[in-house]
Design a protein around this ligand. Structure first.
Ligand SMILES: *Cc1c(COP(=O)(O)O)cnc(C)c1O
Length: 367
């Protein structure tokens, strides 16, 4: 165990224990264990938080992406443009729809998909663009939306790391056609188990996803479409309602830590994350880059500081996507990020002197 752990989920529970325990007991005593009032209340509160007209709770973030893609009409044989550097779920959602992921490289400075490279990847089979707000920093949505409009494509946002982030002053949630969210425990808004949601301003998309998540059924035993079973659990919805009230506070703590890292590491031989002036990130992760990444990680480990790599193998190089025959040479930035990226500890329950402790480890090396 590290003195400074990468993440402390138990501390998050301890801070809210009284309210979470009460919320869980309320569900247990209600006798309502699938969908129902608790899920509906969370959906309304989360939609309002995201400045979106609708939210629909689903089983997890991957399902949120799959159902969002299905709802905008992605079908087998279609192509969907995805970032070359992302968590595998972004690509898995596309292939689960029977479509083909077409990877596009990121801006080197922000790790987010580069809108200028999107146009060259569009073919007659392209149906949608799936940007990811990676590490909690919004992708550059306006140029993405304008390419999409020019080519008649839909935009599905992978917002699994971006709860509360803002693009040009407006929260992530309904800039594109639909945004997909994960409430995996380690996310900025995390449940005590799996959970997910979609948000959208489009009533027809929200309605379609409500139908798909519940066996394609509006009325019990009447099935309009071939749906799935992917419903947000009312216990998780009750927990998420408590945590949603803390989200801005907790994101603010992450922001303070990120600023301290930037200050403490300003002179270090590292590449620090860059924030464009239109972006308000929520620092799901604080990812630095170094050519000596592996040695650095070992030194942090010995000094009692937990770090992680997001992600060590880019999706195109995973065995799961062998059949796409995508060559490393076509994705130099995704490969470099996998080789050089290192995520430093960050979270609402991290001690505020962690950035100085991290900087001290680096200084010890120089002397
Ligand atoms: C966490 C995550 C997901 C998947 O969420 P799950 O709830 O684990 O299914 C999808 N995309 C990104 C970028 C993520 O970080």
């Amino acid at each position: 165990m590290h003195d400074i752990p990468f993440l402390d989920l138990q501390a998050a529970y301890r801070e809210l224990k009284a309210d979470i325990d009460k919320a869980v007991a309320r569900v247990l005593e209600s006798g309502w264990y699938i969908l129902g009032p608790e899920v509906e209340a969370f959906e309304q509160e989360f939609a309002a938080y995201c400045q979106a007209d609708h939210a629909v709770g689903v089983g997890n973030g991957l399902d949120a992406l799959v159902l969002a893609l299905r709802a905008v009409g992605v079908r087998p044989g279609d192509e969907v443009i995805v970032p070359s550097n992302t968590y595998i779920a972004t690509w898995l959602a596309v292939t689960q729809c029977g479509a083909t992921p077409v990877p596009v490289e990121p801006y080197e400075s922000t790790f987010n998909i580069d809108p200028e490279r999107i146009e060259a990847a569009i073919t007659p089979r392209t149906r949608a663009i799936l940007p990811v707000h990676l590490y909690g920093q919004p992708a550059d949505l306006d140029p993405i939306l304008s390419v999409a409009r020019r080519h008649g494509l839909r935009v599905v946002e992978d917002a699994a790391q971006a709860h509360g982030a803002r693009y040009k002053g407006r929260r992530i949630g309904a800039h594109g056609d639909v945004a997909a969210w994960s409430f995996y425990p380690g996310k900025n808004l995390g449940a005590l188990g799996d959970g997910g949601a979609v948000t959208t301003d489009d009533a027809a998309i929200a309605d379609r996803i409500r139908l798909l998540r519940n066996y394609g059924s509006r009325e019990k035993y009447v099935h309009e479409v071939q749906g799935v079973n992917s419903r947000l659990d009312p216990l998780q919805a009750a927990v998420l309602r408590v945590k949603l009230t803390m989200l801005d506070d907790w994101n603010e703590r992450r922001r303070t830590l990120a600023a301290r890292y930037a200050e403490a590491l300003a002179g270090a031989d590292l590449t620090l994350p860059k924030v464009p002036d239109w972006a308000e990130p929520v620092w799901h992760l604080f990812v630095i880059r170094s050519r000596a990444r592996d040695a650095l990680q070992t030194r942090f480990d010995r000094a009692g500081i937990g770090t992680l790599i997001h992600y060590p193998i880019p999706p195109h190089a995973q065995q799961a996507y062998e059949s796409l025959e995508l060559d490393d040479k076509a994705f130099p930035l995704a490969c470099r990020l996998a080789e050089e990226g290192l995520s430093l500890p960050i979270g609402p329950h991290l001690t505020s002197d962690a950035p100085v402790a991290v900087a001290n480890v680096l200084e010890r090396e120089c002397s």
